[in-house]
Design a protein around this ligand. Sequence first.
Ligand code: ATP
Length: 514
Amino acid sequence: MANQEDIFKDIISHSKEYGFIFQSSEIYDGLSAVYDYGQMGAELKKNLREYWWKAMVQMHENIVGIDAAIFMHPTTWKASGHVDAFNDPLIDNKDSKKRYRADVLIEDHLAKIEAKIQKEVDKAKERFADKFEEAQFRATNARVLENQAKIDAINKRFKDALESNNLTEVRQIIVDCEIVCPISGSKNWTDVRQFNLMFSTAMGSVSEDANIIYLRPETAQGIFVNFLNVQKSGRMKIPFGIAQTGKAFRNEIVARQFIFRMREFEQMEMQFFVRPGTEMEWYNYWKETRMKWHQSLGFGEANYRFHDHLKLAHYANAACDIEFGFPFGFKELEGIHSRTDFDLKAHEQHSGKKLQYFDPELNQNYVPYVVETSVGLDRLFLAVLSKAYTEEKLEDGTSRVVLNIPAFLAPIKVAILPLLKRDGLPEKAREIINTLKFDHACAYDEKDAIGKRYRRQDAIGTPFCITVDHQSLEDNTVTIRYRDTMQQERVSIDALPQLIDDKVSFKKALRSLA
Ligand code: ATP
């Protein structure tokens, strides 16, 4: 069995080999933590975005979508707190000269202790088989309790240190936990310092009187500053939501793990405006709704879990992450935050404009409260890719790599393969493409033996291969081969549009959310 690290390496090289993801500017040796999506990656990414958009906007009468600019008035970032308060605590290892986020070092340390607990649980599960009661075991086993107490103590110390902005204490936690630099293996740490992660550039032609502006570090602010525009022009009634997808930029210091942490990435965010006092109800509603959406992709419930935030950001009164079991462990995939009226109030103060809603039922004006759902499209892409990637041993002793991407998200839905390059088979194949291409992304491939062509399609996750042979010319039938089962059946060409439609439309997945 290959270990998770090797599998992750395989996934990265597979992504490159089959046109999903390339290192940015690779011919110049790349740009660190920046990636380009290739021909297959762009399709998968687009489909994931579309599934999110349909689930959030199309399926909700009271949610609308916008597309705000990346550049915003610089005061936006004063109001949001990004200029002054949004800093990451950083620490350097003096031996390796590598820089780390202090919170990430501590989180990784906690994950290691958690792994020890899990190991005890797994061992006991094996020993007691059917009689195993996990909850009871966790509540009583001495080693589990001891490790859990360690986790709780570190968590509490860390939370207190962050809340009082005590960076010396953050460093001391790293020292006391005996955390070593993964590169040098040493504990030779510098002090912890704060670092602002926004990229800035200059707007205007003469640099001296040009304005410094920032590349947005989150898409949310484009929604807040347009709150009243959308509410008025769309005659929206509270509760209602505004959704948007788009690029965000963060000068991440510890950019690693492929597309998990990038400097340029895409977010899919929705801000839901509610009556003050009802925010916890909506926070819980969106927690459940978003979890259901992730699970609708069919990778198994065990791969997802909630993680409540210990330290709330200055704008939040409740916050959690949906974490996903990536090949390198459970990590944040989506954040759900109850942001109170912090953002709208801050924009009122900085702009001098009222950002309020008149509630006809209460006959009262107020600044709405906000519940936010925020998922990284690239992280979602990585989640799908890492669970879809499968190395299979087949009965005949050969093996194949297949991407079990849910059919409706697959980059190419159907490949049409003439068995031979002659006898009118290519022409017949093109005829079929010409009926299917209006609805679906199709591929045509006539090179190499048919088995090899099937493997190529498996490797990019194409759910259906259609083979055109001599019989097709006689009775208008083809062989359809299914990616996951590799089963084949003979079907009429006329039946193809319906057959494929049923399996690749977003409808079934969207219905499962209702
Ligand atoms: P992290 O703690 O991992 O830095 P965050 O809590 O700062 O993430 P949010 O500000 O809540 O992240 O952003 C919402 C979502 O945007 C995250 O759940 C994640 O999916 C995505 N995201 C954030 N930073 C990055 C990044 N550098 N690269 C890719 N995706 C990101």
